[in-house]
Design a protein around this ligand. Structure first.
Ligand code: ADP
Ligand code: MN
Ligand code: MN
Ligand code: MN
Length: 361
């Protein structure tokens, strides 16, 4: 019996009706916007191979001309749907022209090809997605006085209290939703700038990392929508003495996690330093406003690394130094990055490339 819209949203189908809803998700024409639409399937599914390809109007997402507007959706990864529950699913897709060519914003295609070249290296990623929640009316961070600023940074990072943490309902609901969906979310925290939060996905292997960060972003923006709050992935949402938002990429291969790993990590950092400029180009728009050398960042112009230092491009943690094996952290990627591009780029440079500059590109 349904008396309200909320009752209808929670309705369970009768048991003999096996049909489910699959929400197909894809990246739109800006390379950062998420789009999705649901379809009915006759019965529950277990793997992407059971899912039909589908299509959408690419002229409405900036991905196809009006006279040949169809873009093809290929299902790539399945997650449980925390909004609809039951056997309903979320489906992360990538996008192709009818001729089978990946569209411009389909970074998954090239990334997946790179990962398939050396799966035995077991690339693990931990991505720290930072984001800012904005008041819908004023497009100003949640909790900040309208046309004004809160007290200076200090009390907000991992802070508690009504005068320090804003948006916890969203951050916490998102954490649960990710766990339910089957995303390898490892934790989250309130950030240095008030109204800013972070969640971490990882360790995730190869292409799975990008799939999971994109679906985690989808869940976050949907939950924020429910609360009438705007999600911003701008790397520097407020100019001035306020921290920007990044997407640190923690990375290791099997060789880095084993005896002798320290040397493999140092070699990887050397290679990253040789390709600093092209990595910066791949790490998200607006990053030049964030990578200033202040607010826990390194300058965009110069590669640097260090142990336990947060003012460098790449950091090695104390534990990795002590164990002489472990992982490295690339702190350069912006919150606005495409995780498919960042993960595959880090993998390509550190693990596929031999490090000899003249024979590459
Ligand atoms: P920080 O100290 O920089 O804030 P976080 O704890 O926020 O780091 O995030 C670290 C991320 O790195 C987590 O998602 C974690 O699962 C991931 N991680 C841990 N070990 C490894 C590893 N060996 N390789 C890749 N990622 C890892
Ligand atoms: Mn972190
Ligand atoms: Mn952080
Ligand atoms: Mn970090």
């Amino acid at each position: 019996m349904a008396g309200t819209v909320d009752d209808l949203l929670r309705l369970q189908l009768p048991e003999e009706d096996e049909r489910i809803i699959a929400e197909y998700i894809w990246v739109g024409g800006t390379g950062l916007d998420l789009r999705s639409k649901p379809r009915t399937l006759p019965r529950p599914v277990k793997s992407v191979s059971e899912l039909p390809t589908w299509n959408y109007d690419g002229s409405s997402t900036g991905q196809a001309p009006g006279d040949d507007s169809e873009v093809i959706l290929c299902p790539r990864a399945i997650f449980r749907d925390p909004f609809r529950g039951g056997s309903n699913i979320l489906v992360m897709c990538d996008c192709y022209t009818p001729q089978g060519v990946p569209v411009l914003t389909n970074a998954r295609y090239a990334a997946n090809k790179l990962f398939q070249l050396a799966p035995e290296t077991e690339p693990w990623f931990g991505l720290e997605q930072e984001y800012t929640l904005l008041d819908k009316t004023h497009k100003w961070p949640l909790g900040w006085p309208v046309n004004g600023y809160p007290g200076p940074q200090g009390p907000y990072y991992c802070g508690v209290g009504a005068d320090k943490a804003w948006g916890r309902r969203i951050a916490d609901a998102h954490y649960k939703a990710c766990l339910y969906a089957g995303i390898k979310i490892s934790g989250m925290n309130a950030e240095v700038m008030p109204g800013q939060w972070e969640f971490q996905v990882g360790p995730a292997v190869g292409i799975e990392a990008g799939d999971q960060v994109w679906v985690a972003r989808f869940l976050l923006e949907r939950i924020a929508e429910m609360e009438g709050v705007v999600l911003s992935l701008d790397p520097k949402p407020v100019a001035g003495d306020w921290n920007g938002a990044g997407c640190h990429c923690n990375f290791s291969t099997k060789a880095m996690r084993e005896d002798g790993g320290w040397d493999v990590i140092l070699e990887a950092i050397k290679k990253l330093s040789l390709r600093h400029v092209e990595h910066i180009e791949s790490y998200g728009d607006g990053n030049e406003r964030r990578l200033t050398g202040r607010h826990e960042t390194a300058s965009i112009d110069q590669f640097s690394w260090g142990v336990a230092s947060r003012g460098t491009s790449v950091r090695i943690g104390r534990q990795t130094q002590a164990d002489k094996m472990g992982y490295l952290e690339d702190r350069r990627p912006a919150s606005s990055c495409d995780p498919y591009i960042v993960t595959s780029k880090v993998f390509e440079t550190t693990t596929l490339w031999n490090g000899i500059t003249s024979t590459t590109r």
